[in-house]
Design a binder for this molecule. Structure first.
Ligand code: TTJ
Length: 651
């Protein structure tokens, strides 16, 4: 039983009760994402210790019993008695809501992203927590429990004060917590997700070793380790591994301005897409923000100045646009600062105004000397020349687009001749089905509910946009009709608010060709309308593979597994295997694949930006050898052609 508590402790415990009453306030949800926030919260403490230079190994273990251990070799959580609270530093960190917060911002309620709500939240939402600290030659231990009794729920209660358990030469902190199954819909940790996040942390925190061990499957331990001495330069190299870089070593810049630490790595490749991955205190800022704005404006200014200085731009020439310098650019931006403010739809946009001038100042300080350094002369000249080429291509395309627009006005051919639109006008309700092939397109047009379902049949292959300029994309008939149907525009002009549909559904056959068409469309969405995916509008239709007919009853099965389940022990049925959408009549297509009441669709999501970037280039880029190797080893387009994470939803 816990030792008797003074009044002040009751207040502390009430604080933790509040976490259990409204966990969503602190970790966002009690689903899988919320569950993993417990782990990120604990890991962030060790990463902080490492970022301050006191630890260089952070390890995570998924234990057989479902608990999770995080260990570092830092200085150890303070074990001394807190002068005001009269309890050990360990007890303060795990029972005080505001203790241990890392960014000094006062609000400890959940405000998106991964930031610090404190380890006490982990304690409040765990069945038990065990803390071991090795410091000063001694080993200390403390346990906490959450339990229910006649007086109700007690969360994160110390079983006893911190006690010394032995001597040791080691130093560091080890925390094991058991997520509370009474709080979470699932307590199943996701190895792949954790492994990708630790890899990202290893890139962002050079010289720190990250280890992950999964002991949950008896006799089949899984482990991985990440350590990147090149830090974010290695990250850029990883992102560009399947591309053809313009120069071997990424450009690396780092500096501090107004107490904001700025690190940037840049590498151009022979492609046309622009990929900027930005972070603040290791938190991905997927929606960008003031640091990215500063990066873009400084890059444009410094590169234009450089082009003028080396004579690539004459005095009378207009400056090149930011887009020209960012064509084929991969960049990682990593900031460290206090009191961060997040904005945007998913709270992943950096709002602090002070971040922009800090990034601009560090870039204006550090980039010119790199460009001027003779050993980089070739690199700098190549970036300049690529930008000039981009500007010329854009100018030519602008003329072509104007002519094309004149032409199409002349022909008066509506750009979306192929689209069968729906009668409803509510973008929140409407659905656009992109259907492979004319016959399936015809069936979909007949079978659909025309009040809210529009059909865009695609004839033949979609253009692979991975290695194409935007001008080339705009010339492609199929994509032009898709872009017009969506209503959002693409690239720089993209505006999600003009989207005419809530769901954009890719309907293609389950065979190799269908998989390739899906990959081509997803590449287009990823490169030119990425927000369509990140906002959860893109789905993959799941037509059935089989129809089991028994008497009057028809049962449709998605895959072999479902077929086996349905026909187990069944007698006297006929089985039809659908080779393609075109084999289904309109009623069957409606009933099995389009009717919201029966259909199963998969929502496309980007689980890990770096992985998707890497795979899109691998699967859709120029370099054939690595693609063949990957496809022969991993991708089965019949089963799972996702190069983006997918969640199976009945929507
Ligand atoms: C700060 O105070 C001086 C001693 O070192 C600092 C500290 O707290 N270090 C520290 C905390 N290292 N590791 C942690 C930590 C590790 C885990 C796994 C979990 C938690 C809550 C903290």
């Amino acid at each position: 039983m816990p030792h008797d508590y003074t009044v002040s402790d009751i207040k502390v415990m009430e604080g933790l009760e509040a976490v259990r009453v409204r966990p969503g306030m602190y970790i966002g949800s009690t689903g899988s994402r919320g569950l993993h926030h417990l782990l990120w919260e604990i890991v962030d403490n060790s990463v902080d210790e490492a970022a301050n230079g006191f630890a260089d190994v952070v390890s995570v273990t998924l234990e057989r019993d479902g608990s999770v251990t995080v260990e570092d070799n830092g200085r150890g959580i303070p074990v001394g008695i807190h002068e005001k609270l009269g309890v050990s530093g360990v007890e303060v960190v795990f029972t005080q809501l505001h203790a241990g917060g890392k960014f000094g911002n006062d609000s400890y309620s959940y405000s998106g992203g991964l930031h610090g709500v404190g380890a006490s939240v982990v304690n409040a939402l765990s069945e038990w927590v065990k803390v071991e600290v090795a410091t000063g030659g001694r080993l200390y231990e403390m346990r906490f429990r959450s339990y229910e009794d006649k007086d109700g729920m007690h969360s994160g209660i110390p079983e006893a004060p911190l006690c010394e358990t032995g001597r040791t030469r080691r130093q560091g902190t080890k925390v094991t917590f058991m997520p509370d199954a009474r709080v979470f819909e699932t307590v199943e940790m996701n190895f792949g997700l954790i492994s990708k996040r630790l890899r990202e942390l290893a890139y962002l925190n050079r010289s720190v070793h990250f280890k992950l061990t999964d002991l949950r499957e008896r006799g089949n331990a899984k482990e991985c380790e990440y350590f990147f001495e090149g830090g974010i330069s290695d990250f850029v190299k990883y992102l560009n591994a399947e591309k053809v870089p313009l120069y071997d070593e990424p450009i690396y810049i780092s500096g501090t301005k107004d107490n904001i630490s700025v690190e940037i790595a840049i590498q151009h490749s022979d492609g046309y897409s622009e990929n900027v991955f930005s972070y603040v205190n290791n938190i991905p800022t997927t929606e960008g923000g003031t640091h990215e704005t500063g990066f873009r404006s400084a890059l444009t200014k410094v590169m234009n100045d450089y082009c003028r200085r080396i004579g690539v731009l004459k005095d009378k020439d207009p400056s090149l646009s930011g887009e020209d310098f960012r064509e084929g650019l991969t960049a990682v931006i990593s900031l460290r600062m206090q009191n961060i403010q997040f904005e945007g739809q998913t709270k992943t946009k950096l709002g602090n105004t002070e971040a922009r001038p800090a990034v601009e100042s560090v870039m204006q300080d550090k980039l010119p000397p790199i460009l001027e350094d003779l050993k980089n002369a070739q690199l700098s000249a190549m970036i300049a020349e690529k930008a000039v080429r981009a500007a010329k291509a854009r100018e030519a395309a602008r003329r072509a687009k104007t002519m094309a627009r004149e032409k199409s006005k002349l022909e008066n051919a509506p750009l979306v001749g192929k689209l069968s639109s729906c009668t409803g006008r509510d973008p929140k309700q409407n659905e656009l089905f992109i259907v492979e092939g004319d016959s399936a397109g015809g069936s979909a047009k007949q079978g659909r509910d025309r009040r809210f379902q529009a059909i865009l049949p695609l004839r033949g292959k979609v253009l692979n946009v991975e290695k194409k300029r935007i001008e080339h994309v705009l010339e492609n008939e199929e994509l032009r009709s898709l872009i017009t149907a969506l209503g959002t525009g693409i690239g720089e002009d993209f505006n999600i608010n003009n989207l005419k549909y809530d769901k954009v559904v890719i309907l293609s056959d389950a065979d190799q060709d269908g998989g390739h068409i899906r990959a081509l469309l997803l590449t287009f969405f990823y490169r030119y309308t990425k927000e369509l995916i990140t906002d959860g509008h893109v789905y993959i239709g799941q037509p059935p593979l089989y129809k089991v007919q028994k008497g009057e009853t028809a049962i449709y099965c998605q895959d072999d597994r479902e077929l086996e389940k349905v026909t187990k022990g069944m007698r006297g049925y006929t089985l039809q295997r659908y080779k393609g959408l075109g084999e289904m009549n309109p009623e069957q297509l409606w009933e099995t694949t389009m009717d919201p009441k029966n259909r199963t669709m998969v929502r496309v999501s980007i689980e890990d930006a770096a992985t998707v970037e890497h795979l899109v280039t691998l699967l859709m880029g120029d370099k054939v050898a690595p693609r063949k190797e990957y496809i022969s080893e991993f991708a089965d387009f019949n089963k799972d052609d996702s190069f983006a994470g997918k969640a199976k939803l009945d929507v």
